[in-house]
Design a protein. Structure first.
Length: 331
């Protein structure tokens, strides 16, 4: 009886603890379903978001994340502003322009310290003035339509002489390689590795003109959210930023595994290309600025320079401060 009593007590205790565990699990909130938009069709630059999902970083932060591609920063901004996406990534220039025009969104984390954007071509274009009169393929929502006028303004050039050719990103390569466009808006990390392979198969070489090399030294891609969301629950954005930072740090330390995770989620992608793209993106994240201020951070002085450049180039009248652009500036 004594042994039976001990066994019974043990079973009761186990069941009791089990009941508490089940009750605790029932009380734990389910991860919040959210939609996150990348700025473009998937490439290696976007791999950390898939790493964060695969490794459970976003789930640990309370999110069930759905990652979806976009056709440019303008598309992302419109979707987030319109409540069709919870979070997204966009070039900072178009974000400033949108806020100046009344969009209800803000940045809450710097994803790449400098832009990886520029122009791809079959012949070299070493200076901004060399592209005047050349056909530039770009979607209507591509960030280059904002960035290039800023560069032109800094160089005292007339941005009205830019010859934009509206095109879907899916046909950029064919337009360039068939000589139906002289340049297209591209990224050193996302587009160039794949374009180089395609062009080489046709016996052609490609060139890349970097916006950074042309003097565009403001922040690159930032994470954005709707102002109502940020005002209602800033902690949620902080948790999302922290999970993203954790994913980026993991991806930087484990580039091979990062490429594997990206291809696992997107089987049509080429692993070697993804690895090359991600390796290139890392360079835009590890800069002297991030070494000094920390990855993901922004200081008022540099934010204000970004605002002033965009306002001047695009002739915007709105008065904006760093707080109007960034809801969260530090880590």
């Amino acid at each position: 009886m004594h042994k039976l009593g001990i066994l019974t007590a043990s079973l009761v205790a186990m069941l009791g603890f089990g009941g508490l565990s089940i009750e605790a699990q029932a009380q734990a909130p389910a991860p919040k379903k959210i939609t996150f938009l990348t700025n473009y069709v998937y490439n290696g630059r976007h791999a950390p978001f898939f790493v964060g999902r695969e490794k459970g970083f976003y789930k640990e932060a309370g999110f069930d994340i759905d990652i979806a591609p976009a056709t440019g920063s303008g598309f992302v901004i419109a979707a987030v502003d319109g409540g069709k996406a919870d979070y997204g990534m966009a070039e900072v220039g178009p974000v400033v322009q949108a806020i100046a025009k009344g969009a209800k969104l803000k940045a809450f984390m710097v994803y790449t310290d400098v832009t990886t954007s520029g122009l791809a071509s079959l012949t070299p274009f070493k200076t901004p003035d060399s592209i005047i009169g050349k056909r530039i393929a770009a979607s209507q929502t591509d960030s280059a339509r904002v960035v290039l006028p800023i560069i032109f303004d800094e160089k005292k050039l007339d941005a009205s002489k830019l010859d934009w050719q509206a095109a879907d990103p899916g046909v950029y390569f064919s337009l360039l390689l068939s000589n139906r466009a002289d340049l297209f808006t591209a990224s050193s990390d996302g587009d160039m590795p794949a374009l180089t392979k395609v062009a080489a198969a046709q016996g052609k070489t490609v060139e890349f003109s970097s916006f950074v090399d042309w003097g565009y030294d403001v922040f690159g891609y930032v994470l954005v959210a709707g102002t109502p969301t940020l005002e209602k629950n800033l902690d949620e954005a902080k948790r999302f930023a922290a999970a993203t930072r954790k994913a980026v740090e993991y991806a930087i330390k484990n580039p091979e595994e990062t490429a594997d995770i990206m291809v696992k989620a997107n089987p049509a992608m080429n692993r070697d290309t993804v690895l090359t793209q991600w390796t290139g993106a890392i360079k835009s994240m590890q800069t002297p600025y991030t070494a000094e201020h920390g990855y993901g951070s922004a200081e008022d002085k540099r934010i204000q320079r970004t605002i002033d450049l965009v306002k001047k180039a695009l002739k915007l009248d709105a008065t904006l401060t760093p707080d109007d652009l960034f809801a969260i500036k530090g880590k």
